[in-house]
Design a binder for this molecule. Structure first.
Ligand SMILES: [Zn+2]
Ligand SMILES: [Zn+2]
Length: 87
């Protein structure tokens, strides 16, 4: 017997959540550390481990912002050099 997604009765089940044992379709299942979870259980797990990951996210955001600023400064310097060279 084919199982169907807990959230989408019209969709065939793709995986079984390791926490709540509900069958979930491809768009409802998420792999985390190589284990399948449904979106609800993954959200719960994310909340439990938010501390470390929030800092990692903040670092990523800061690094991304700095890279964007650095690139735009580089672009301005390059454009300035180009204009100075042309005129
Ligand atoms: Zn679940
Ligand atoms: Zn689904």
């Amino acid at each position: 017997m084919l199982r169907h997604c807990f959230h989408h009765p019209d969709r065939q089940a793709f995986a079984v959540c390791m926490t709540c044992r509900n069958a979930v379709c491809q768009s409802c299942s998420t792999q985390w550390d190589g284990i399948n979870y449904c979106t609800a259980c993954l959200a719960a797990r994310r909340d439990a481990s938010r501390g470390g990951r929030a800092i990692a996210g903040w670092f990523t955001l800061t690094a991304g912002t700095l890279a964007a600023v650095w690139l735009s400064v580089r672009a301005m310097v390059w454009a300035g050099a180009l204009i100075a060279g042309l005129f």
